[in-house]
Design a protein around this ligand. Structure first.
Ligand code: PXP
Length: 242
């Protein structure tokens, strides 16, 4: 018995489609409400520095309209800290961010950036926001998260998602070992990036995991099957894996 595993649905790419035409639709807040109605336990949104998908107004509307917890993904900047403290989402996941990247590539260097991250973790935590650090599944990063006093980490599954065969099995083992190490040290463990119907089950079976955050694949599949059924199917696969 491994305990429940929450699904956080990332709605960034509903905003990507909206912004492609500068229209008001499709509305990411409407997508969030549909996802919540069909089994999403929370909603995740990344307010990027360049506002390429989610906007400040989306965050304001999500904060006031959602009935499930909001997880705000944010870079470790003073601007984002101010926005998080203003809206006080349930959770804030600190991610590395580079302007030129297509998506969040790699985890935070929690060890190398201790002095930058320490006041952020402290200020967000003091505001009652559950802070998580998006890191690679590596022992040195977990040690750094412990040193920072982060209550939650999210393990980057991007490499796992890109690999196949033996290499993927090895990466899965690295993620499972990292989850066990973090949980043993009292840290709540989440995971995400690149997860699909085809690769989610072995990740969802890792007993220490408490939440998966999944976006791009779900929004793409929703074109064919509708967002509600797609969220329900992902949640079902996760439940079956436990
Ligand atoms: N978790 C974090 C911290 C992320 O940055 C992202 C991508 O925005 C995800 C999860 C979701 O990844 P994907 O869109 O590939 O499912």
């Amino acid at each position: 018995m491994t305990g429940p595993l929450r699904l956080g649905v990332n709605i960034d790419h509903v905003a990507t489609v909206r912004n492609a035409r500068g229209s008001g639709y499709p509305d990411p807040v409407r997508a969030a409400l549909v996802a919540a109605d069909h089994g999403a336990d929370g909603i995740t949104a990344h307010l990027r520095e360049d506002r390429r998908h989610i906007t400040d107004d989306d965050i304001a509307r999500l904060s006031s309209e959602l009935t499930v917890p909001l997880n705000l993904e944010m870079a470790a900047t003073q601007e984002m800290l101010g926005i998080a403290l203003r809206h006080r989402p349930h959770a804030a996941c600190i991610v590395p961010e580079k302007r030129e990247e297509r998506t969040t590539e790699g985890g935070l260097d929690a060890a190398g950036q201790h002095d930058l991250l320490a006041p952020m973790v402290r200020d967000l935590g003091a505001a009652g926001i559950r802070v998580s650090l998006f890191i690679e599944p590596a022992a040195d990063q977990i040690a750094a998260a412990i040193a920072l006093g982060a209550p939650v980490i999210e393990l980057h599954t991007g490499r796992y998602a890109e690999l196949s065969g033996e290499a993927q099995v090895a990466e899965l083992r690295r993620i499972a070992d990292a989850a066990a190490l973090a949980a043993k040290n009292g840290i709540e463990v989440h995971a995400g990036h690149g997860l699909t119907f085809d690769n989610v089950v072995p990740i969802a079976a890792i007993p220490q995991l408490r939440e998966l955050n999944i976006g791009h694949f779900l929004i793409g599949e929703a074109i064919f099957d509708g967002l509600g059924p797609v969220v329900r199917r992902m949640k079902g696969l996760m439940e079956d894996a436990r």
